[in-house]
Design a protein around this ligand. Structure first.
Ligand code: NAD
Ligand code: TDX
Length: 341
C-alpha cells in the first residue's frame, strides 16, 4: 500500500508515520508537509529512506497535490494549523490550511478516486458542562460527545476544523469520495510542540520557569496517548465503513489543575509551584469522548489506559530530548508573555 500522510512531520502525524513504519512493513509512506513552525523534519529523520519520503510543500498547492495523489492508494490527512491560542491571534492561516487545504486534497481524491481519511478533533462539538454541574454528576445522556452531538465550535481553530469536516461530508455524498472522518480528543506524547499545555509545563520546569495555568484550571480535557490515536486511525483506514465518522478517545478525563499538579509532583516540585495567568477567551470547559462505536464496530481499544504512567513517559521524553525543543523555548515563552500568559 502507498499512503500519502499530510502533516506527517508534525506531532500526531509523525507519530502515525512511526507507527505505520514499525507495524506495517508493506506500506510506503509519502509525507507532504509544509514544515511550518510546528513541523520538524527531525521528527521522522531516522526513518526517511526507501519506505518513508518527505515532500516539503503546501496542501493548498493543487499541482503538487495532484502529482502525489495519483501515486497513492490512500490519503491520511493530518496537516492543519492546530493551536487554539494562535487562532485567536491570527485566524488567517487556519482558513488557508484547514479549509482550503482540505478542499484541495478532496478535489484530488475525487479526481483520482483515492481513499481519504480525515483526521479531526472533538472540539468541533464545542464543550460540555463540567460534571459537577450536571445532574447525577453526568452519568447520563449528553455526558460525552457521540457522533450524534451537534457541531458547535468555539474558536477560529475549531470552526475551521468543523468546516473541513463538512467539506468531507459534502464530497462524500455528492461526488462519492471514499472518505471516513475521525474526531479525537486531546493527544499527549513525544514530539508535541512546546506551545501546547503538557509540553509547555514540562519544559518550563526544565527551564526554571514557573508553569502557567489558564484561569483556575477547572477545564477538563480527555487525554489519549498519541500512539493510541495512531492505532485507531489505522483501524479506521483499513476497517472503517465509507461515509462514517468515528470518535476516538481513551476515557482520560482530567482537569488542567490536576494534570499540572501531577507534572510538578513527578518532576520533584511542590504541587503549588505554578502561576495562574490570564484565561483563554472562549475557553471550552470540558471535552469527553464516547468511543463505543469504534470499539464495538471495529474492535479498537487503547493500550495506554493509565494516564499518569503515559505522562511519566512523556516527561522523560522531554527531559531526554532537550536538543529537540531548547532552541524554540525562549521565543515561545516571549510570545505567551506578550499576551499576558
Ligand atoms: P501540529 O501543529 O503538531 O502539526 C501540524 C503539521 O501540519 C505540521 O507538521 C505542519 O508543518 C503541517 N502543516 C500545517 N499547515 C500545512 C499546509 N498548509 N501544508 C502542509 N503541511 C502543513 O498538529 P497536531 O497536534 O499534530 O495535529 C495534527 C492533526 O490532528 C490536526 O488536523 C489536528 O486538528 C488533529 N487533532 C489534534 C489533536 C491534538 O490533541 N493535538 C486532537 C485531535 C485532532
Ligand atoms: O499554558 C497553558 N496553560 C493552560 O492552562 C496552555 C498552553 C494551555 N492551558 C490549558 C488550555 C486548555 O484547557 O490547557 C488545556 C489544553 O490546552 P492546549 O494544549 O492548547 O490544547 P486544547 O486547546 O485543548 O486543544 C488540543 O486538543 C484538541 C489541540 O491543541 C488541538 O489541536 C486538538 O484539536
Amino acid at each position: 500500500m502507498k499512503l500519502l500522510v499530510t502533516g506527517g512531520a508534525g506531532f500526531i502525524g509523525s507519530n502515525f508515520v512511526h507507527y505505520v513504519y514499525n507495524n506495517h512493513p508493506d506500506v510506503e509512506i509519502f509525507v507532504l508537509d509544509k514544515l511550518t513552525y510546528a513541523g520538524n523534519k527531525a521528527n521522522i529523520a531516522t526513518i526517511l529512506g526507501d519506505r518513508v519520503h518527505l515532500i516539503v510543500g503546501d496542501i493548498c498547492d493543487a499541482e503538487l497535490v495532484d502529482q502525489l495523489v495519483q501515486k497513492v492508494d490512500a490519503i491520511v490527512h493530518y496537516a492543519a494549523e492546530s493551536h487554539n491560542d494562535n487562532s485567536l491571534q491570527n485566524p488567517a492561516p487556519f482558513l488557508h490550511s484547514n479549509v482550503v487545504g482540505t478542499y484541495t486534497l478532496l478535489e484530488a481524491a475525487r479526481k483520482y478516486d483515492v481513499r481519504f481519511h480525515h483526521v479531526s478533533t472533538d472540539e468541533v462539538y464545542g464543550d460540555l458542562p463540567l460534571r459537577e454541574d450536571l445532574p447525577g454528576h453526568g452519568e447520563g445522556v449528553g455526558e460525552k460527545f457521540t457522533t450524534q452531538s451537534r457541531y458547535n465550535p468555539s474558536s477560529p481553530y475549531s470552526s475551521t476544523k468543523a468546516a473541513s469536516d463538512m467539506l468531507v461530508h459534502g464530497w462524500t455524498r455528492s461526488f462519492g469520495v471514499r472518505a471516513t472522518i475521525s474526531n479525537c480528543s486531546n493527544n499527549y506524547g513525544p514530539y508535541q510542540h512546546i506551545e501546547k499545555f503538557i509540553p509547555r509545563q514540562i519544559t518550563n520546569i526544565l527551564s526554571g520557569i514557573k508553569p502557567k495555568l489558564y484561569g483556575t484550571g477547572k477545564n477538563v480535557r480527555d487525554w489519549i496517548h498519541t500512539e493510541d490515536h495512531s492505532s485507531a486511525v489505522w483501524t479506521i483506514l483499513t476497517k472503517g465503513k465509507i461515509g462514517e465518522t468515528y470518535l476516538i478517545g481513551a476515557d482520560g478525563e482530567q482537569d488542567n489543575k490536576t494534570v499540572l499538579e501531577m507534572i510538578l509532583k513527578d518532576m520533584g516540585k511542590d504541587s503549588s509551584d505554578y502561576e495562574q495567568v490570564k484565561d483563554r477567551p472562549g475557553h471550552d470547559l470540558r471535552y469527553a469522548i464516547d468511543s463505543t462505536k469504534l470499539r464495538k464496530e471495529l474492535g479498537w481499544s487503547p493500550k495506554f489506559t493509565d494516564f499518569e504512567t503515559g505522562l511519566k513517559h512523556t516527561i522523560q521524553w522531554y527531559t531526554d530530548h532537550e536538543d529537540w525543543w531548547q532552541a524554540e523555548k525562549q521565543a515561545v515563552e516571549a510570545k505567551y508573555a506578550r499576551n499576558g500568559q
